[in-house]
Design a protein around this ligand. Structure first.
Ligand SMILES: [Zn+2]
Ligand SMILES: [Zn+2]
Length: 136
């Protein structure tokens, strides 16, 4: 992620820290996750600052908002095309970079010019499956 002086976003140390935290981050964190991770280093940081910054980054196309959990927005700093594996128990999100042949017929396109696609796979991750096995 490029950390530069952008016209529409004042670069404060807190915002730079948020962008550094997101750079290469594959955990798809929520604003609360980001806040929790940086609060120790920036005691004056507020959750509102994080929300605010994420909103700007989203507008600038530097992060994508995930709609997995409407109650808890998660963010993906990888804005390139990829798919997700989602654990229905712990909400872990894993990136998949395979390109799936998802060709639509002219009928299925309903007149749309297709520019992209995104597939969410749901399941139970290895950690949750192992924990479940231990409990039983
Ligand atoms: Zn899990
Ligand atoms: Zn992702």
């Amino acid at each position: 992620m490029e950390i530069d002086q952008h016209k529409s976003m004042k670069m404060t140390p807190q915002r730079i820290a948020i962008m550094k935290y997101l750079d290469g981050n594959v955990t798809h964190p929520s604003a609360a996750d980001i806040y929790g991770s940086l609060r120790g280093e920036f005691p004056t940081m507020s959750l509102a600052t994080v929300y605010n910054t994420m909103e700007i980054l989203k507008e600038q196309g530097r992060v994508v908002e995930l709609s997995i959990d409407p109650a808890k927005k998660r963010f993906d700093p990888n804005v390139g095309p990829h798919h997700h594996l989602i654990c229905t128990q712990c909400s872990k999100v894993v990136d998949i970079f395979t390109e799936f042949p998802l060709g639509l017929t002219e009928d299925e396109k309903h007149g749309f010019k297709i520019v992209g696609n995104h597939v969410d796979f749901y399941g139970i991750c290895g950690d949750c499956a192992a924990a479940e096995k231990e409990r039983s």
